[in-house]
Write a new protein. Structure first.
Length: 318
């Protein structure tokens, strides 16, 4: 059986040294570098123009498919700071040939990223760097092999003067590292939902049904309550909810018939925050809430609020 094509996914905040690492890695592996900056420049004529992410992602995925079809390994140079952004490539992207993804996680200190940012031609806003660094530092939702990567290699650019010897050694160890990881996992009997993408979809469904028991806005009172949670409301078969999280998420119309009617007193359905946890499905904060009408606790989606949703975060996988 033909061995899968080994491709590489760079992971790190803006100004963490990804482009430098990509150049060295390309020389060692013969891979072609595909960066979101280059794609933006190709589409909009300027890498500084953020533009619609769907256009950038579509062309990036097209370039990946073309390279894989030609038997050319690729290095994807982007932040991949959030789990859905990584899953969009490692699991959701259909490729013409088998691919083995290697994650290269740059552990560049935040202070160094902020310092290096000032030497870039295109400055990234400091809050964006801080937010992406925080997302990657999360102990639960940070990058892992479970996301569909054969191996995740940690690199600390500030600890070495020359990346080439370090990357050469890491490349030489990859086969052993991958075999060892697979041997450790061979003793586990996997549940049917152990495929991460399926689990992510299940959690998404649970969050959606908990937040919107009827998934309908048939009267003014219900519509007002739903709009207080997510505005604008989704219309048609394509929902607004998948937009922050990428195309790996299902729509909600097919799920409406199975939605339980948990709270009949909609007009008095006021939600009160009592706790905050991290949602695996979106790596965004969400909370457990209790309905003031006395029904059982339910979950309200706060990550779709315009204040902290995609409108407030224009830098997508910079």
């Amino acid at each position: 059986m033909t061995a899968p094509l080994r491709c590489h996914l760079l992971i790190g905040p803006p100004a963490s040294g990804k482009t430098t690492l990509a150049g060295v890695l390309a020389e060692l592996t013969g891979a072609v570098v595909l960066s979101t900056d280059a794609v933006r420049g190709e589409i909009f004529g300027d890498a500084a123009v953020q533009g619609p992410w769907r256009d950038i992602e579509a062309l990036l995925h097209q370039r990946i498919r073309e390279a894989v079809a030609a038997g050319m390994p690729v290095i994807v140079d982007a932040t991949h700071a959030r789990r859905p952004w990584r899953l969009a490539i490692t699991q959701a992207l259909a490729l013409p040939a088998p691919v083995e993804w290697i994650g290269w996680w740059l552990y560049t200190p935040l202070s160094t990223c902020l310092q290096w940012n000032h030497s870039r031609k295109r400055l990234v806003p400091e809050p964006v760097i801080r937010e992406m660094a925080a997302a990657l530092a999360d102990p639960v939702f940070g990058p892992s092999r479970a996301e569909g990567m054969a191996s995740v290699v940690a690199v600390v650019p500030t600890q070495v003067r020359d990346l080439e010897p370090l990357l050469r050694d890491e490349l030489a160890r990859l086969d052993h590292r991958i075999r060892s990881a697979r041997n450790r996992e061979s003793r586990f009997a996997l549940h049917g939902y152990s495929r991460l993408l399926d689990l992510e979809r299940l959690l998404y469904l649970l969050r959606l049904l908990s937040a919107f028991p009827d998934l309908a806005a048939e009267d003014a009172a219900t519509r007002a309550e739903l709009e207080a949670i997510v505005s604008p409301l989704p219309e048609g078969s394509a929902t607004a909810m998948p937009q922050p999280y990428g195309a790996i998420w299902p729509g909600w119309r097919p799920m409406a018939s199975a939605a339980p009617n948990r709270c009949r007193r909609r007009s008095s359905h006021q939600l009160r925050r009592v706790n905050r946890v991290e949602c695996m499905a979106a790596t965004r904060p969400w909370g457990m809430h209790r309905c003031s009408s006395g029904c059982s606790p339910c979950c309200a989606i706060c990550c779709s609020s315009p204040l902290i949703g995609p409108q407030a975060f224009p830098y997508r996988n910079t």
